[in-house]
Design a protein. Structure first.
Length: 267
């Protein structure tokens, strides 16, 4: 993947296909290549030009270990769209990436033709705030969780009970989490430490571009009522909830997610 210098930093990105530009924005702690498992192939088949990238904090993009704000990530994404021709682009984000897409649609609407928010949210409830503080304390402690325990916690927090009830699917996911877990980098710590005491719900009433908020029915990290809340305040926004899906719904139920995504973009 090439590196682009935008907003004063380096961003690792990849572009595939031709047609209307679709920019995929990943969530906390994950590289852009996660989209390549399911969403990129589906969008390419549908005739779109697809961009994935590593947010600041994810190597080899700028690590920003000293800290970052959501405003920095929004400016990074805007800079990348401008670097690639200026848009307007369809922007699709999940979790933290959904926040970036929401703020970009609000602040730089000339760069956004449509926006999709997976596990979008304008605020966090007390559980998410407490969980985030606990993550910070765990990071600062230097404690390393046993791989199998870390895998089990990751599964419970990010997958649907329907997935975990399937013996074969549960084993595959747990093996994956065990293999990919481990030490948290300074850049990911900086992403995790961004402000969690925010409330942007009312501000999103001023978003004017067409929006889709996609909730995942069994999401423990961002419960779907927070995603519905976004759709309720954005004029004309649609809300669709994916059943039997947790926070990683775009990986758990890719066929359902991709259909909703492509139908909305192409409408």
């Amino acid at each position: 993947m090439p590196l682009a210098t935008v907003n004063g930093i380096s961003l690792n990105y990849q572009v595939k296909g031709t047609g209307q530009l679709v920019v995929l924005i990943m969530g906390t702690g994950s590289p852009g290549r996660v989209w390549a498992l399911h969403q990129v192939p589906a969008l390419l088949d549908a005739g779109y030009r697809v961009v994935t990238f590593d947010n600041r904090g994810i190597a080899p993009s700028f690590e920003s270990a000293q800290g970052m704000r959501i405003e920095d990530l929004v400016a990074d994404t805007a800079g990348l769209i401008e670097f690639l021709g200026g848009g307007p682009a369809v922007v699709v984000g999940t979790s933290m990436g959904a926040r970036v897409a929401q703020e970009l649609a609000l602040r730089r609407p000339q760069l956004v033709s449509k926006a999709v928010f997976m596990a979008g949210h304008g605020r966090l409830d007390q559980f998410q705030k407490t969980l985030s503080l606990g993550e910070h304390e765990l990071d600062a402690s230097g404690v390393t969780l046993p791989p199998k325990y870390e895998a089990a916690v990751t599964a419970v927090m990010n997958l649907s009970p329907a997935t975990l009830a399937d013996t074969h699917a549960a084993r595959d996911w747990l093996d994956l989490f065990e293999f990919t877990g481990g030490a948290v980098t300074p850049g990911i710590r900086a992403q995790r430490k961004m402000d969690h005491d925010f409330d942007r719900v009312e501000a999103y009433r001023d978003i004017k571009v067409p929006c889709l908020s996609m909730g995942f029915a069994d999401d423990r990290m961002i419960p779907p009522y927070l995603s519905r809340e976004i759709a309720d305040v954005i004029p004309g926004a649609k809300y669709i909830e994916i059943p039997d899906a947790g926070h990683y719904g775009y990986l758990e139920r890719p066929e359902a997610v991709n259909k909703v995504l492509i139908d909305f973009i192409g409408a």
